[in-house]
Design a protein. Structure first.
Length: 227
């Protein structure tokens, strides 16, 4: 009886521990992550430093943005700037995308303006979550062409996504909305010359699902509790 009680408590603790999380950037690498200060704009409490950060090539004709969300619903805003301090001049790369379902989410072919090629800059990700607006940034070299497929680009079988209107994200400072759109896994994908309307472009995904998220993400907390 005592052992069963301990196991139940450990499992619950693992779930509660992860429920406190926000989101992480899987690809391209973030300039820094701290769950406690992820609400600090523009980069989750971290400064961009091109002399120290892990800088990734980001292809202007389409490249990967891979994320993990620990909220059952979150709305993403993907944007980019040539301001290496990430303090302004943002260009929105897609309309707001609402993810419903936990864990892995990927846009496999996000485009940026062709004029960015040959310059260093920042990819910014803002998330409208139950905890408020959260931020992450990646330092990148914008290059020509299309990026390679990334193993980290995957979506959960239980996840759906759609373009939505989001007042909180639309109020964030930006200079323009890029005409380029994702050309990835959407079952009803907009073309590069058409801006998708809110809440009418649904995505279909395949992945490990929520049970795998509980097993993988919660395993460390679960084992620590048992020991």
């Amino acid at each position: 009886m005592v052992k069963l009680f301990t196991l139940s408590n450990c499992f619950l603790a693992a779930l509660i521990g992860q429920a406190a999380g926000h989101f992480v950037v899987v690809y391209p690498p973030s300039v820094g992550f701290d769950d406690a200060i992820e609400g600090n704009a523009p980069c989750g409490g971290f400064s961009v430093d091109f002399s120290k950060d892990n800088i990734t090539d980001f292809h202007v004709d389409g490249d990967v943005l891979a994320l993990q969300s620990f909220h059952p619903q979150v709305t993403w805003l993907f944007r980019a700037t040539l301001d290496q301090t990430a303090s302004g001049n943002w260009t929105n790369l897609l309309p707001a995308v609402q993810q419903t379902g936990l864990n892995n989410f990927c846009e496999p072919a996000v485009k940026v303006p062709a004029t960015f090629a040959g310059s260093k800059g920042v990819i910014g990700i803002a998330a409208d979550s139950p905890d408020g607006i959260l931020y992450q940034c990646a330092a990148v070299n914008f290059v020509t062409g299309v990026g390679a497929t990334q193993a980290s680009c995957k979506n959960e079988s239980s996840t759906t996504a759609s373009f939505v209107a989001d007042a909180a994200l639309s109020s964030l400072p930006s200079t323009a909305t890029a005409s380029a759109t994702s050309s990835g896994t959407a079952t009803s994908s907009p073309t590069s010359s058409t801006k998708p309307s809110a809440a009418n472009s649904n995505y279909g995904y395949s992945g490990l699902g929520m049970l795998a998220w509980v097993m993988v993400v919660g395993s460390a907390s679960f084992l620590a509790c048992l020991l």
